[in-house]
Design a binder for this molecule. Structure first.
Ligand code: GDP
Ligand code: K
Ligand code: MG
Length: 301
């Protein structure tokens, strides 16, 4: 790792907020590569995930977290615990809210956690592209009031339309201190490629199946074999019930084919090379209740 130029700043920015406000989408656009999967399903993000943005004058390490909500099972508890750790182990917290609706109870719950921590907070209003003109003002005022009460600066942006991101970057960098390169300038994530591959499969399951499947899916990458021409990936998708296995496979394998094709395309982008993907579906009852199995699947517990 090179030594940084004079005046270089660096540090860790924790991204927190309710499920589905766009935390993972924002991190991907900041680092310029898809390292975190996103979907309209809450609890898409299960692990803390670092994304590294290196600029000439600063290195910002984003820590994406699962959305904060009340836990109902072992996996849920692990998710919330990790989000709380994320709040206290960073230099700045970026509190992301959804600009399509006013400040709500879920946001206030998170605001209370943030008030109790000493870490500086930036409030980010996302999804500016979806705000209707008639409602925008009322919505922004509700968030601005919370920010003013706590002395938090506010940035408004759209992670999808990529607007307002420059001033967000500036606001975050302003709050970082002089520091080193924590990661090599060309690295974008701390996650092994294998983990992201598993996530890309899980993303397609989330995007293509309904309610009863998404939350009970876990993916294990069993083998990655690189040859000069192609990378062979072997994966297992775990579900909790036989009926879910049926849904995932689909009529004559049609669902699995759709999921496989889309996940493979994403993997090819990730590794910038050809991928052959083979996916098996296995039923493993109550995997979410088993801490051992969670650990095996790569969750920090
Ligand atoms: P997370 O749960 O907070 O990590 O949210 P995700 O990043 O998974 O995003 C949830 C959903 O909101 C996805 O369908 C995203 O495509 C969508 N989304 C995120 N940011 C924006 C945005 O700025 N504009 C619009 N229109 N959609 C967004
Ligand atoms: K989501
Ligand atoms: Mg997420």
């Amino acid at each position: 790792t090179p030594s940084p130029p004079p005046g270089f700043r660096s540090g860790f920015v924790g991204i927190v907020g309710r499920p589905n406000v766009g935390k993972s989408t924002l991190m991907n656009v900041m680092v310029g590569q898809k390292i975190a999967i996103t979907s309209p399903v809450a609890q898409t993000t299960r692990n803390r995930l670092r994304g590294v943005m290196t600029l000439p004058e600063a290195q910002v390490i984003f820590v994406d977290t699962p959305g904060i909500h009340k836990p109902h099972h072992e996996l849920g508890k692990v998710l919330v615990k990790n989000a709380r750790i994320a709040i206290d182990s960073v230099d700045v917290t970026l509190f992301v809210v959804d600009g399509t609706g006013e400040l709500g109870r879920g946001d206030l719950f998170i605001a209370d956690l943030l008030k109790r921590s000493d870490v500086p907070v930036v409030l980010g209003i996302n999804k500016a592209d979806l705000q209707s003109e008639s409602k925008a003002q009322m919505i922004d005022i509700s968030y601005q009031a919370l920010a003013d009460e706590n002395g938090w600066p506010v940035c408004k942006f759209s992670a999808v339309a990529e607007t307002g991101l420059e001033s967000l970057k500036a606001s975050l960098m302003e709050r970082l201190e002089a520091g080193p390169y924590y990661y090599p300038p060309d690295l974008v994530t701390d996650q092994p490629e294998r983990f992201i591959m598993g996530e890309l499969i899980r993303e397609q399951v989330l995007l293509h199946t309904r309610e009863e499947v998404p939350h009970s899916v876990a993916v294990a990458i069993e083998a990655v074999e690189e040859t000069p021409k192609i990378t062979n990936v072997l994966a297992t998708v775990y579900v909790e019930r036989k009926s879910q296995k049926g849904i995932l496979i689909g009529k004559k394998g049609s669902m699995m084919k759709t999921i496989n094709t889309a996940a493979r395309e994403q993997m090819q982008k990730l590794i910038a090379g050809k991928v052959y993907l083979e996916v098996f579906v296995k039923v493993q009852e109550r995997w979410r209740q088993s801490r051992t199995h969670l650990a095996e699947l790569g969750y920090r517990i």
